[in-house]
Design a protein around this ligand. Structure first.
Ligand code: CAP
Ligand code: MG
Length: 434
């Protein structure tokens, strides 16, 4: 209990003024209508039991003090701390939330409830939302991915190997004709998916509408010339009304993918666009720019695992999850756990493609595929666009390095038959950028 000087020595009534411990029941056994959430936390000036009770209270029905009256539904909706144990410098807890707390099919409301106010409570020094376990009664209100991994492999005609993607780096600056020329080179060199960068949407020097008009024509030309299916992860991110317009334009031009920066767009926008994508038969590529603002600190925020789980539940078809060997945060164990979940069965919620991206180049393909297998989308921007002989050679070097792994050859061996791969290895070797 924290007493503050503001009370001014007033005579306090005997009546209880706090009831956090009413939300702690370590004998409780969650039922089929409970959604369990796992947290890590460090208390501030209160016991770990009370701190956990505060988390459960504030994220379900409670507030800081006892109340005049409690409707029956409120009593039935009280979250319960049913597991608590020391963990490192803090505590690990599991809280059972009655499904009455959650609006059917609204991940937005779910996150407002269990990942909202509780992050700001004074009595909780640090808090990390680790994972959540929705029962089928909650899950059944979500479509999940329209295509998922198998659907994408099917319409891309790529049965086994990882898919490849490249962002025409530098991130910004190419006009549409230059972009179209680079796209032609990349797709002709063997890249499956051209990808806009996370901040590349529509600018006076490169308007989205003009890009659509020109790039899908280039895509069709390369498909005719190579006999390979090509696709474009075009970034539609923006105000929702603009995203809807852009998605409709992509569908009009025969595109199969839209790319959305899901964290900056927000859960509501993603849920809206999942419905739009259903009608337009578009797959969703989820970029996670800004995730590290809350996933990176191991003691506070939300795990990438929980974020990816929510994105799969809503229905993205692929999502960036890290590489372990590249330039971005994300250790092997964490990425393996996330990818393992994304690729595993989950009721009717299809498995989806993990996207490995960030500092990748041909020299890292052996280790990357050894670590994470072939069910991957591998994005290499700088690792293709930095090739001394340009985008087409960079694309071929990346594909040849992946082919080498699939064929069980070393990269050096493969480089004897691939001058493009040899030049990439000469430039970057096996460098792991940080
Ligand atoms: C990679 C990238 C991606 C990051 C995102 C970039 O470019 O395009 O946005 O991979 O990180 O802008 O850095 P390079 P994550 O291939 O040139 O590194 O995948 O971890 O979400
Ligand atoms: Mg990027």
């Amino acid at each position: 209990m924290i007493y503050t000087a503001e009370k001014g020595g007033m005579e306090m009534s005997e009546e209880k003024i706090e009831w956090y411990m009413d939300f702690v029941d370590l004998d409780y056994k969650p039922g089929r209508d409970d959604l369990v959430v796992e947290f890590y936390f460090e208390p501030y000036k209160v016991s770990p039991e009370e701190a956990a009770g505060r988390i459960a209270s504030e994220s379900s029905i409670g507030t800081w003090t006892t109340l005049w009256k409690m409707p029956e539904m409120a009593k039935r909706s009280m979250a319960r701390v049913f597991h608590l144990e020391p963990s490192g410098e803090g505590y690990y807890t599991k809280i059972a939330y009655p499904l009455t707390l959650f609006e059917e099919g609204s991940f937005v409301q779910f996150m407002s409830a269990i990942a909202g106010n509780i992050f700001g409570m004074k009595a909780i020094k640090t808090l990390r939302f680790l994972d959540f376990h929705p029962p089928y009664e909650y899950l059944r209100h979500f479509k999940g991915p329209q295509y998922g991994l198998r659907g994408i492999r099917s319409f891309m005609g790529i049965k086994e190997r990882p898919l490849t993607a490249t962002v025409p780096k530098p991130k910004m600056g190419w006009n549409v004709d230059e972009y179209a020329e680079i796209a032609y080179e990349l797709w002709s060199g063997g890249i499956d998916l051209l990808k806009d960068d996370e901040n590349f949407t529509s600018f006076p020097f490169n308007r989205f509408e003009e890009r659509v008009r020109k790039l899908y024509r280039v895509k069709e030309r390369v498909e005719r010339e190579t006999g390979e299916k090509k696709e474009y992860l075009i970034n539609i991110t923006g105000p929702v009304h603009k995203m809807i317009e852009r998605a409709e334009l992509v569908a009009d031009y025969g595109g199969k993918f839209i790319m959305i920066d899901i964290v900056v767009s927000g859960w509501a926008a993603l849920q809206t666009m999942r419905e739009v994508a259903e009608d337009l038969e578009l797959a969703i590529h989820a970029h996670r720019a800004m995730h590290a603002a809350f996933t990176k600190n191991p003691k506070h925020g939300i795990t990438m695992y929980a974020l990816a789980k929510g994105a799969r539940l809503i229905g993205v078809d692929e999502i960036h999850t890290g590489t372990a060997v590249g330039k971005m945060e994300g250790k092997y164990e964490e990425v393996r756990k996330i990818n393992g979940f994304l690729l595993s069965p989950w009721e009717h919620i299809k498995p989806i493609f993990p996207v490995a991206s960030g500092g990748l180049h041909p020299g890292l393909m052996e280790e990357l595929i050894r670590l994470f297998g072939k069910d991957l989308v591998i994005q290499a921007g700088g690792g293709v666009m930095g090739h001394p002989d340009g985008p087409k050679a960079g694309a071929k070097a990346l594909r040849d390095s992946i082919d080498a792994v699939i064929e069980g050859k070393s990269l050096e061996e493969k480089a004897k038959e691939s001058p493009e791969l040899k030049k990439a290895l000469d430039k970057w070797g096996y460098l792991k950028p940080i």
